[in-house]
Ligand binder design. Structure first.
Ligand code: HAM
Length: 420
């Protein structure tokens, strides 16, 4: 052990578990690539102001959880706590929305940072794979994203997740609801901070997890009763399209999200095997975000799925992903001459795409065979001076234990055939 440990709230991804992470990222990305989403990568940090304006001045993410700092040059930057604001910023900056092909569909995968109280499933550094469809107001687009997330989870073998769906209304009907909710909240017995929150962002109070607050919210006005006709019709269409696709969901009139940019469709994917941190993913429509960060009106929708929590969900369901064996062939040279000859064979095999490893460090036969075993290789090739003198190597089938000499010039082709 060194003097140092991974910072609080973070952990290292190490083999063999790291292979599961890669497989999860890949499984989420696959349906997106298959549906017209192009890959985007943005910097790990952005102007603090982008998140303050985008995610919302009064959200926990901005007020408490942001890793904000000032650079030597005097810029106020923050490690990105989420991806949507950055992706929209990048799309606007590159004028992707003017290329004439709306919606602009993008997907991303990366690290995000929130200074949260760490616990199982909640980290200060975590991974998301996300998708954003920018510049179209079409219920089919909202439905597409929900269906693709469902597909991703199912392709991984997950079953015990649920989709919670709600509409948060738009700039016509939300303010009316907001005022009604504020009126209601003012009459409750709430602490100072919560009352303040009720003035700035009353919807967030609905998300308060404390039982004494939740108890008082039983009769709170519900947004659904305030939705304007356009929002109602839009939401109904989203629901019908998802249903027609055979994806089941639950209407959750109380679902509010931790970010302020949402309008209309909002959803969360929750997994019942995860305890408190049950949200494996979430998203929704953000029709006003572009204007909030200085762009033109660009109604958009997206989601982000948490890779860490998806891996925990797989564990909770006991799902083991069929991961390909890392190494197919392991080469064991005995002596200098064999080292040169086998190393060349290893390179040849690798060029053919056969995953091959080599016993480095001049180990004896016993130690090297132990490593061959641990590598999970299907075959070992072993050669000593006498083998080379006879122009052969020993090919050992690691499953059956059978071993037989194969000509030095034939071994590569032989392995290629045997590995199919
Ligand atoms: P979010 O709900 O804040 O949404 O995060 C999405 C997912 O990221 C969560 O459901 C969770 O799985 C994972 N996640 C968030 N915080 C942590 C954490 N501290 N530790 C581990 N996992 C975490 C967004 O970030 C929005 N940008 C999603 C979106 C995209 N909305 C529209 N487009």
């Amino acid at each position: 052990m060194s003097t140092f440990k991974a910072p609080k709230g973070t952990y290292d991804l190490l083999p063999p578990d790291s292979a599961t992470f890669l497989a999860v990222r890949e499984a989420i990305a696959r349906p997106l690539r298959n549906s017209g989403y192009g890959y985007i990568e943005t910097p790990g940090f952005e102007s603090v102001e982008l998140f303050a304006r985008g995610v919302g001045e009064s959200t926990d993410i901005v007020t408490k959880e942001m890793y904000a700092f000032e650079t030597k040059g005097g810029s106020r930057l923050a490690l990105r706590p989420e991806g949507t604001a950055s992706v929209l910023r990048a799309a606007l900056e590159a004028n992707l929305h003017k290329a004439g092909n709306l919606p602009v569909k993008l997907w991303y995968s990366g690290s995000y940072y929130r200074y949260e109280r760490p616990q199982k499933g909640r980290y200060r550094h975590f991974s998301q794979v996300g998708a954003e469809a920018i510049g179209a107001e079409d219920p089919a687009l909202d439905a597409e994203l929900i269906i693709l997330a469902d597909q991703a989870y199912r392709s991984l073998g997950l079953r015990n997740f649920r989709i919670l769906l709600n509409s948060l209304g738009d700039k016509e009907c939300r303010p009316v609801y907001r005022a009604a909710l504020q009126d209601f909240l003012r009459g409750l017995d709430l602490d100072e901070e919560t009352l303040r929150r009720a003035e700035i962002n009353p919807l967030r109070v609905l998300d308060d997890k404390r039982p004494d607050v939740q108890k008082q919210l039983t009769d709170a006005p519900i947004l659904r009763d305030y939705l304007c006709d356009a929002c109602k019709a839009y939401h109904e269409e989203v629901r019908e399209l998802i249903t027609a696709a055979g994806v089941s969901f639950e209407d959750d009139a109380r679902l509010v999200r931790g970010l302020d940019y949402y309008t209309r469709t909002t959803f969360e994917f929750v997994h019942d095997g995860l305890g408190a941190q049950s949200a494996v993913g979430g998203g929704g429509r953000y029709d006003g975000l572009s204007e909030m960060i200085g762009g033109p009106a660009l109604p958009s929708v997206g989601w982000a799925l948490g890779v860490d929590r998806t891996v925990l969900a797989l564990e909770a369901e006991g799902v083991e992903l069929p991961l390909p064996s890392v190494t197919s062939v392991y080469a064991v040279p005995l002596g200098e001459e064999a080292r040169r000859v086998l190393f060349a064979k290893v390179t040849e095999l690798r060029k053919l795409g056969i995953s091959t490893d080599f016993a480095y460090g001049g180990k004896g036969l016993k130690g090297a065979m132990k490593n061959a075993n641990r590598s999970g290789a299907r075959f070992a090739i072993v050669a000593g001076e006498r083998d080379l003198a006879e122009g052969v190597v020993q090919l050992k089938d690691m499953e059956s234990g059978d071993q037989a000499p194969v000509g030095l010039n034939e071994i590569v082709a032989e392995l290629e055939t045997r590995l199919g």
